[in-house]
Design a binder for this molecule. Structure first.
Ligand SMILES: [Mg+2]
Ligand SMILES: [Zn+2]
Length: 183
């Protein structure tokens, strides 16, 4: 069994401009690649768990999402920091695109994507970590049995009261240092 660091995408890995379906709008946040590499060096798998309701809403397609994913992985590979697993929820219950109009089990705050990763990558969820920029990311992880919850990014003021057990930092680099000292 492997421990893993789960990360949300928009607002954690890249700047969240809203509904990002093109590589031209995919800007990796400074420090992300180095942080991913350090997590790997500490023996964690790195797993992306991202809600992409923009697909259901018809803002961009699943194929666009895959192009952005390839671009992201290519950039991270320069630092030896590719994700080991990538899970995406393309659904929304009020979707414009009928194919994705589902009340699914994978859209965070539901825990589905964590269970898919557990199954595929043999992950030990109880010794894993979640890093998100919204409380809903952390609720999903908590439901899956992850107790090490980190909130980072631009929304700490609004989101931290919603998840009092979350450890809050401005940057992912600070999370790496915390985990390094406390593991
Ligand atoms: Mg986010
Ligand atoms: Zn879903």
């Amino acid at each position: 069994m492997q421990k893993a660091v789960f990360l949300d995408r928009d607002g954690v890995v890249n700047i969240d401009y809203g509904y990002i379906g093109q590589i031209e709008r995919f800007d990796i946040i400074k420090g992300t690649a180095l942080a991913l590499k350090k997590f790997k060096d500490m023996g964690y798998l790195t797993v992306l768990v991202t809600n992409q309701s923009g697909i259901a809403r018809g803002k961009y397609t699943y194929s666009d999402f895959l192009k952005v994913t390839s671009f992201m992985q290519a950039n991270l590979s320069l630092y030896d920091a590719c994700f080991d697993g990538i899970y995406c929820c393309p659904h929304h219950e009020n979707a414009y695109v009928e194919q994705y109009r589902v009340s699914c089990e994978c859209r965070k705050p539901k825990p589905g994507m964590f269970y898919y990763a557990e199954r595929d990558l043999k992950i030990d969820l109880h010794h894993s970590v979640m890093i998100g920029d919204h409380a809903t990311d952390l609720f999903a992880a908590r439901r899956a049995g992850i107790s090490s919850l980190f909130l980072i990014g631009e929304h700490l003021k609004e989101e931290s009261p919603l998840c009092p057990e979350a450890i809050c930092y401005k940057t992912i680099g600070e999370v790496v240092e915390f985990i390094r000292k406390n593991q």
